[in-house]
Design a binder for this molecule. Structure first.
Ligand SMILES: Nc1ncnc2c1ncn2[C@@H]1O[C@H](COP(=O)(O)OP(=O)(O)OP(=O)(O)O)[C@@H](O)[C@H]1O
Ligand SMILES: [Mg+2]
Length: 659
């Protein structure tokens, strides 16, 4: 059978043709009514299968004209429509002489079945048709405009509903969705994008992707560029320095009628928080592994150092007996002791639960540390504190907590340009849920005490953030930092069952939060007492410590109690000053481990000039000199570092009173 398919949609036409040709039919195609009339005249088909709604001339008009043309009127005509499917349309079609009305969509078998049925039924009905022609013409003219108007209305309603649905969907999407033209200018942006940029869609329209990348636009790896190049779907995860955010961006091409790129659709997900959680998890695993490794090495190293120290001391004794010089061995011993101190620090980072933990009220320790810090910080630093005294008690170690805040504040100070800026220190109670602790499975949800140290200094780059907790990682110039500060903070916090969280942006500042689980009320036994009435004095004290910060802290602390304090970081300078006027001081408070002259050597030199001169020696955990040796040589008091304020002022007073 020779068939003419009349259909404005190319895809539908091709599908129909394929179907019919498989049945051995001959097929001709037309895209609209006018073309159909021409092809009918030319090819004289046996059958026309036509869509109803078509541009230029629709199916009804085509049928009407065909039936008015004596040369074409006998061709069979079947509607195949998805739009005009109501009773009125079918009636109109029938009255105009259509042989059948099939409703789209039909699967191929069903379509062929209904088509066959329509064709076979056609012959009987055809006989009476010519008589009705005039009536049909009139009926058509009377009913057609009404049908078209109704259809139009229906279509408009449908389109409106579709548009509304699309607008609502577009607005409801949680991810940002942006449509961009070929010049990468925004055509449309959804509500999520407007919320993100805190602006309106009108404001965004016409803007380029500069709103994401700033002046570096376009950023490398832009998936949109790749989509423009090959028309494919692309995605990338991009960190936009400009917004300090990481986005997952996917782009797709929307083609026009000719299949060419019309516009781009970007779906943009802000994954900054997820990334930081991932990084935190990664950090936690890395630090865990490093802690285990460091712990193992430190343990073996301690054994080796014990041997080095032991044998060096034996060798020194023998050398002494034989009247040989021991200075080389002294150096070996000093170096070994330094190594032992370092091992101690590494062990503190290896998270092994060391030391004795007890219920402490963190605000007391933090306030005490803040008093010291305030005195030692330059006045150009604006220190803002907010300490909640009812935040609860934690299982901790006052010295360790002290060390944590001092390390964090030291870093904050160093981050400030020209030592000018703001350092905020807050202590408060916070509830952490399982969700908040996603990356720390070993920490249980519940109430926590949060210590926050925030500065508005230089902030940290991504790389620094990745490595900051690693022991010996430092960005400071040689001699300006060991890179142990944060690794110790991390280790000590973990030691006390706490966690450390960091947020930092280059050029904006850094924020360190250390969170400790709050002890249940029942276990809040005695807390470490902080003495309000500390003993005072007016004596002249010389403080010597090669760590400037410590020397200054001790100075500030003792001055607060009324003493006149001279703080020095060089033991050579201390000796020189004392030698110039041995009566100018009433007490020496010295560190043991120092370059140039060590603490006990310095004490010996002081005692040589003034045998009863009161000396207090502060040592690290392992010292070349034992307590007994120190006391034997005339040192009045021997104390392990770090020393707390209340202890320090007490023993200073005791030593002075008993001398
Ligand atoms: N508040 C901060 N602002 C900016 N950068 C910081 C801050 N705190 C730490 N850092 C960065 O992290 C690095 C490691 O800090 P950490 O305290 O471990 O070592 P350090 O300060 O370099 O040396 P140390 O503390 O041993 O004197 C620092 O070198 C610095 O680059
Ligand atoms: Mg530091």
């Amino acid at each position: 059978m020779k068939t003419l398919i009349v259909e404005d949609r190319g895809d539908d036409r091709r599908l129909l043709r394929y179907n019919l040709e498989r049945q051995g039919w001959q097929v001709v195609e037309a895209g609209d009514g006018f073309q159909a009339l021409e092809l009918m005249t030319e090819h004289k088909p046996d059958l026309v299968i036509s869509d109803a709604l078509m541009p230029k001339m629709d199916g009804f008009e085509l049928l009407r004209r065909m039936k008015n043309d004596p040369a074409l009127r006998d061709i069979r005509f079947i509607f195949y429509s998805a739009v005009y499917t109501g009773y009125n349309e079918r009636e109109l079609a029938r009255s105009l002489g259509a042989d059948a009305y099939l409703v789209k969509p039909l699967n191929p078998q069903e379509f062929l079945r209904q088509l066959e049925e329509a064709i076979s039924g056609v012959t009987s009905a055809r006989a009476e048709r010519p008589k009705r022609m005039v009536a049909e013409q009139e009926a058509f003219l009377a009913r057609y405009p009404g049908i078209v108007a109704t259809k139009l209305e229906e279509k408009v309603r449908e389109l409106k509903a579709v548009k509304e649905k699309w607008v609502k969907t577009f607005a409801a999407l949680h991810d940002m969705v942006i449509l961009m033209d070929k010049n990468k200018k925004i055509l449309q942006a959804n509500a999520s994008a407007c919320r993100f940029f805190k602006t309106t869609e009108d404001e965004l329209r016409g803007k380029s992707c500069e709103i994401f990348c700033g002046p570096d636009c376009p950023c490398k790896d832009c998936p949109g560029d790749r989509t423009m190049a090959d028309g494919g779907d692309h995605s990338a995860e991009i960190y936009h320095e400009y917004l300090h955010k990481t986005f997952e961006i996917s782009s797709s091409a929307v083609p026009d009628e000719d299949g060419k790129l019309d516009y781009l659709v970007y779906v943009i997900t802000d994954v900054t928080e997820r990334k930081s959680l991932e990084e935190e998890l990664f950090q936690a695993h890395k630090m865990e592994a490093m802690g285990t490794l460091a712990g193992g090495i430190a343990h073996d190293f301690n054994n080796i150092l014990t041997a080095v120290l032991g044998y060096s001391e034996l060798a020194k004794d023998e050398a002494h007996i034989k009247g040989l010089t021991t200075s080389y061995l002294d150096e070996v011993i000093k170096a070994a002791l330094r190594a032992r101190d370092m091992v101690k620090q590494i062990l503190s980072f290896s998270h092994k639960k060391t030391g004795h933990l007890q219920p402490i009220a963190p605000h007391l320790i933090i306030e005490e540390a803040l008093n010291l810090l305030r005195n030692s910080m330059p006045s150009s630093v604006n220190i803002r504190t907010r300490i909640d005294c009812d935040c609860g008690k934690i299982n901790g170690d006052p010295t360790k907590l002290h060390q944590i805040i001092v390390n964090l504040c030291t870093n904050a100070l160093k981050a400030l340009d020209d030592e000018k800026g703001v350092i905020e220190i807050h202590l408060r109670r916070r509830q952490l849920s399982a969700d908040d602790l996603r990356t720390q499975e070993e920490v249980r949800p519940g109430p926590f005490v949060e210590l926050l140290v925030r500065d508005n200094g230089c902030g940290m780059s991504k790389t620094t953030k990745q490595h900051m907790f690693e022991p010996y990682f430092t960005t400071r110039e040689v001699g300006q930092g060991t890179g142990l500060g944060l690794s110790i903070v991390y280790g000590l916090a973990r030691n006390m069952g706490g966690i450390v969280r960091v947020h930092s942006q280059p050029g904006v500042g850094s924020e360190f939060r250390v969170l400790f689980p709050v002890l249940p009320a029942a276990s809040e036994r005695d807390t470490v007492p902080i003495i309000a009435d500390l003993p005072m004095g007016t004596e002249r004290i010389m403080v010597v410590d090669d760590e400037k910060m410590i020397a200054e802290l001790q100075k500030a602390l003792l001055e607060k109690q009324g003493y006149k304090v001279t703080a020095l970081t060089s033991s050579n300078a201390a000796l020189k000053l004392f030698s110039s006027d041995p009566e100018a001081f009433d007490l020496l408070l010295t560190d043991q481990t120092m370059p140039e002259i060590s603490g006990h050597e310095l004490a010996a030199k002081f005692l040589a000039r003034r045998p009863d001169f009161p000396v207090i020696l502060c040592t690290g955990y392992s010292s070349i000199i034992s307590k007994q040796q120190a006391l034997n040589m005339g040192i009045k008091f021997y104390v392990h570092k770090p020393v707390q304020r209340c202890d320090l002022v007490r023993f200073v007073r005791d030593v002075l009173d008993n001398s």
